[in-house]
Design a protein around this ligand. Structure first.
Ligand SMILES: Nc1nc2c(ncn2[C@@H]2O[C@H](COP(=O)(O)OP(=O)(O)OP(=O)(O)O)[C@@H](O)[C@H]2O)c(=O)[nH]1
Ligand SMILES: C=C(OP(=O)(O)O)C(=O)O
Length: 238
């Protein structure tokens, strides 16, 4: 990767997440409570596989922004290392997705490392391959070096955004939410054109689950609904 890139991954409180996936859990458990627990387990699995791919990529530092203890536990405690941790958990300010992304970006820019680009990846891309992320971040660094304020990867529907790379977070973005691909482009961000099927395929509705399984998901999503929490944290943090 040409320029160092630090990455924010926002993860919503699991019991409130992925409401549009309710149909995917409908025939799993007899009670409403069981279904919603299972949906939280699915949201955790999607996040776990996303973070595992990030940690296998060339991303320099990772900030997971969440108020959820199970999501935070994916990034395990530091193991006494003297080096600054590569992955940290940042508390969710609780005022929505864009505020969560900005909180992560602020944390990353406040570190001692030389400044790099800050990117945000949504935490529901379980078929992500590390090489896709590296390629997309290198392409973003290229267009930003050429003068663009930002670059993004649209989701598989073309309507949403899965990855946003900002030269100056807070200054005209992020604009995650409805039709965010159009909103990001209107704000001057360059749409990146690589194929990157795993990076583009977020999981919002039950059909997406079949589609990401066909692409090849990570182990946590593959194991769901039988296993709800990964046994081993993915990386250390303070
Ligand atoms: N930290 C944080 N993450 C969020 C917030 N809202 C959404 N996310 C994350 O952003 C990504 C995309 O989320 P969405 O699919 O838009 O939202 P969702 O609430 O999980 O799903 P729906 O209930 O179906 O809309 C996922 O990784 C979410 O966990 C928020 O308020 N705070
Ligand atoms: C929040 C977004 O994603 P989703 O499609 O998951 O709602 C977005 O695309 O900006």
């Amino acid at each position: 990767m040409a320029a160092p890139v630090d990455l924010v991954v926002p993860i919503k409180e699991l019991r409130r997440a992925k409401s549009r996936l309710v149909g995917a859990t409908a025939d799993l458990a007899p009670t409403a409570a069981g279904r919603s627990a299972s949906r939280a387990g699915l949201a955790l699995a999607l996040a776990s596989d996303t973070l595992a791919a990030v940690l296998a990529s060339s991303v320099r530092r990772l900030a997971v922004v969440t108020s959820d203890p199970h999501a935070a536990a994916l990034i395990g405690p530091a193991d006494g290392a003297k080096e600054p941790p590569r992955a940290v958990v940042v508390d969710d300010p609780g005022t929505g997705l864009n505020a969560a992304v900005l909180a992560g970006a602020d944390h990353l820019r406040g570190g001692d490392d030389p400044p790099g680009l800050v990117a945000a990846l949504l935490g529901d891309v379980p078929a992500l391959r590390p090489a896709e992320l590296d390629e997309a971040l290198a392409a973003a660094a290229g267009v930003i070096a050429d003068g663009a304020p930002a670059a993004f990867v649209a989701d598989h529907t073309g309507d949403g955004t899965t990855l946003l790379v900002l030269s100056r977070p807070g200054d005209g973005g992020p604009h995650f939410g409805p039709s965010s691909a159009r909103v990001h482009e209107t704000a001057g961000a360059v749409a990146l054109t690589g194929a990157w099927p795993g990076l583009r395929h977020d999981v919002d509705v039950p059909e997406d689950l079949d589609q990401v399984r066909a692409l090849g998901v990570g182990p946590a999503t593959r194991a769901w609904p039988d296993v709800h929490t990964p046994a081993v944290p993915l990386a250390g943090c303070r």
